[in-house]
Design a protein around this ligand. Structure first.
Ligand SMILES: NC(=O)c1ccc[n+]([C@@H]2O[C@H](COP(=O)([O-])OP(=O)(O)OC[C@H]3O[C@@H](n4cnc5c(N)ncnc54)[C@H](O)[C@@H]3O)[C@@H](O)[C@H]2O)c1
Length: 356
C-alpha cells in the first residue's frame, strides 16, 4: 500500500500512547516506517498502548506537548519527514470541568507542535488531526462541507475549531515559501475499535458494563452519531501523509473523513448491537442529563472522494462486529498485538480505493 512510500520513512506521531495513536503507530510500523512517538503516559488501565506493545521497535518519548523544550529536542534529534499530530484532550465532558487544560493542550499544544516542525528542516508533511466537531453545529440534516464555518458549543469542540483556524492561518503565514512543509487537517467523527478504554465513550462504557456483569446505562439514547471503525480515518491520515509527501502543497487543506451516510445510528442501537455481538449483557435506557451535547453531526465526504480518492470501507455493523471481536479476545486473555495486526491486514485487503 501507498507504493511503499512509508518504508524507512521517519514519522513522528504525537499521541502514540492513546487509542487512535496506538493503532496508527502499529500500522505505520507494519508499513515499514521508522516511528518516534511523543505523548503522555497512558492514563487508563488497561490501555491499548500496553496491550499491543506499541513501544516495541519504535522510539517512544513520554512528554508533554506543552513542554516546548522537550518537544523541540525530540524533533531535532529524530528529524522526522512526516508528522501525525493526534495528542489532545479529546473528551467533551472533561472539557466542561477542565476548560483551561483542554485549551492549553489542544490549541497551544498544537501550536507548539507546528512550531517544532517548522524549526526542524526535515519535516515535509504534517497531518493535523482535528474532528467533525470543529464545525459550527447548526443541527442540520445534511453533512457539513469543508468550507463551512468553524465553531463548537462545548470547550472541546471549540478548541478543535480553533486548531482548524490556527492551521489555516499558520499555512498562510509561514508555509508558503519553498521548502516549507505541507500541512493538512483531517476531520473525522466518533470512531470505534478495539482497545479504547476512555471514560464517557459509548463502546468502552458498554464493554466495561458487560465485563463487570452490570447493565449498560444509556444516558442519551436518541442521540444519533455517525459510527466508523478507527481504521477508516487512520487510512485517510496515512493517505493524506503520502499525498502531502509525494505531491506537496496540492493536498494542504482540510478533509472530512466521515463514514458512509447509512452509518448513522442512535446510541441505543449501537449498545444493542454490542450486546448481540458479545453474546451477553443488557441495556438500560435513561432520561437525558443536563450537559449539552450536539444531537446530530454528519460530514459530507465528497471532497475526500474526489480529491484524495478515499472512501469508507466498513458498514457500521461491520465496525461494531470487529470492535466487539477485539474486546472479547482481550478479555479471554489472548495476546493482542498479532490480532490487532490481523485486523489491520483484513482492512487493507478490503479497501477498494487503494487501487486508484
Ligand atoms: N476517538 C474519537 O472518537 C475521536 C474522534 C474525532 C477526533 N479524535 C481526535 O483524535 C485524536 C486522538 O484521540 P484518541 O481517541 O486516540 O484519544 P486518547 O485520549 O486515547 O489519546 C490522546 C493522546 O494524546 C496524548 N496527550 C494528551 N494530552 C497531552 C499532552 N499535554 N502532551 C502530550 N500528549 C498528550 C495522550 O497521552 C494520548 O496519547 C485527538 O486529537 C482527538 O481529538 C478522536
Amino acid at each position: 500500500m501507498f507504493a511503499n512510500t512509508y518504508k524507512g520513512k521517519r514519522i513522528l506521531v504525537t499521541g502514540h500512547t492513546g487509542f487512535k495513536g496506538s493503532w496508527l503507530t502499529l500500522w505505520l510500523k507494519d508499513l515499514g516506517a521508522d516511528v518516534c512517538g511523543y505523548a503522555l503516559a497512558p492514563n487508563t488501565t488497561p490501555n491499548l498502548f500496553e496491550a499491543v506493545h506499541v513501544a516495541e521497535g519504535i522510539k517512544s518519548v513520554i512528554g508533554d506537548i506543552r513542554d516546548r523544550e522537550l518537544l523541540n529536542k525530540t524533533f531535532q534529534e529524530f528529524q522526522p519527514e512526516i508528522v501525525f499530530h493526534l495528542a489532545a484532550q479529546p473528551l467533551v465532558r472533561l472539557s466542561y470541568t477542565e476548560p483551561v487544560l483542554t485549551y492549553e493542550t489542544n490549541v497551544i499544544g498544537s501550536l507548539n507542535v507546528l512550531e517544532a516542525a517548522r524549526a526542524c528542516g526535515s519535516v515535509k508533511a504534517f497531518v493535523n488531526v482535528t474532528t467533525d466537531k470543529c464545525y459550527e453545529n447548526k443541527e442540520i440534516a445534511r453533512g457539513y462541507k469543508e468550507d463551512e464555518p468553524m465553531g463548537g458549543y462545548d470547550m472541546y469542540s471549540s478548541s478543535k475549531g480553533c486548531v482548524e483556524i490556527l492551521s489555516s492561518s499558520y499555512r498562510r503565514s509561514f508555509l508558503q515559501q519553498p521548502g516549507a512543509y505541507a500541512l493538512a487537517t483531517a476531520r473525522a467523527g466518533n470512531v470505534i475499535g478495539g482497545g479504547d478504554w476512555a471514560l464517557d465513550r459509548l463502546i468502552p462504557d458498554c464493554v466495561r458494563s458487560i465485563e463487570a456483569g452490570n447493565e449498560i446505562e444509556i444516558r442519551n439514547p436518541v442521540a444519533t452519531r455517525p459510527w466508523q471503525h478507527v481504521l477508516e480515518p487512520l487510512s485517510g491520515y496515512i493517505l493524506i501523509g503520502y499525498l502531502l509527501l509525494t505531491q506537496g502543497a496540492k493536498y494542504a487543506e482540510g478533509f472530512n473523513l466521515g463514514p458512509k451516510p447509512d452509518s448513522v445510528l442512535t446510541v441505543a442501537d449501537v449498545a444493542q448491537q454490542v450486546v448481540k455481538n458479545y453474546g451477553k449483557g443488557s441495556v438500560h435506557v435513561h432520561k437525558r442529563d443536563n450537559l449539552h451535547e450536539a444531537n446530530l453531526l454528519m460530514l459530507d465526504i465528497t471532497k475526500a472522494k474526489e480529491v484524495l480518492g478515499w472512501w469508507p470501507t466498513y458498514t457500521a455493523p461491520e465496525a461494531i462486529e470487529k470492535t466487539v471481536a477485539w474486546y472479547k479476545r482481550f478479555y479471554q486473555g489472548e495476546p493482542m498485538r498479532g490480532f490487532t495486526l490481523q485486523q489491520i491486514h483484513e482492512y487493507e485487503e478490503k479497501i477498494t480505493w487503494k487501487k486508484n
